[in-house]
Design a binder for this molecule. Structure first.
Ligand code: AP5
Ligand code: MG
Length: 193
């Protein structure tokens, strides 16, 4: 299974991803986690990426695509993966489509986690990651609205989008996600019959 998570900062992508990869045996590919690891290791890519991350801007597409391409080629991705925080721009989505076409492995579903802004601010203010300062959160939200939200329409047109209500307890939301993913499996089963 190949799943994409789309949602604004604080929507719960990372939280839900940790549970989903267990449930379905997937590799977890979080571009944010990869960039933070590169930043902490002080690599050239990490230092460059930090300039964008610390101000809430998106890291340039060419850097992201190089990281994702390499990661997707790893063995643990063969059994399926969950993309958390990628793609985030139309150029990234188109590049992903080209990569998937090369391997003949299409996406199964794109899950949008929808959460109102007030709740996002509440969640992120209580967390304390270095980009969780109010002015940076605001810029991350602007980047989401301007650069990432257009992907919802992109995936809707391809019939891949499922929107999940991201408000509630972690368990309630996981339940909703599981139902959406399992319904997908039922439909594939019907087509095969
Ligand atoms: P990234 O790391 O992807 O961060 P983000 O999208 O801003 O989202 P977060 O990780 O903050 O939130 P989340 O949705 O994972 O929620 P979480 O589960 O943690 O990106 C960081 C930066 O890297 C970007 O700004 C950009 O610069 C760069 N970047 C990354 N990918 C890129 C790309 N593809 N292209 C370009 N640049 C890229 O939950 C948040 C908090 O809420 C936690 O404290 C959690 O405990 C809590 N919580 C979770 N669920 C609930 C719930 N149901 N109820 C109450 N609290 C909850
Ligand atoms: Mg995250």
């Amino acid at each position: 299974m190949r799943i994409v998570f789309i949602g604004p900062p604080g929507a719960g992508k990372g939280t839900q991803a940790a549970m989903l990869i267990q449930r379905y045996g997937l590799a977890h590919l979080s571009t944010g986690d990869m960039l933070r690891a590169a930043r902490d290791a002080q690599t050239e890519i990490g230092k460059l990426a930090d300039k964008y991350m610390s101000t809430g801007q998106l890291v340039p597409d060419d850097i992201i695509l190089a990281i994702v391409k390499e990661r997707l080629a790893a063995d643990d991705c063969r059994a399926g993966y969950l993309l958390d925080g990628f793609p985030r721009t139309l150029a990234q989505a188109e590049a992903l489509d080209r990569m998937l076409a090369e391997t003949g492995e299409p996406l199964d579903v794109v899950l949008e986690l929808r959460v109102p802004d007030e709740e996002l601010f509440r969640r992120l203010s209580g967390r304390g990651r270095s980009d969780d300062k109010p002015e940076v959160i605001r810029q991350r939200l602007v980047a989401y609205r301007q650069q990432t939200e257009p992907l919802l329409d992109y995936y809707q047109r391809r019939g891949l989008l499922k929107t999940i209500d991201g408000v509630g307890t972690v368990e309630e939301i996981f339940q909703r996600i599981q139902e959406a993913v399992d319904r997908l499996g039922d439909r594939t089963g019907e087509r095969r019959k």
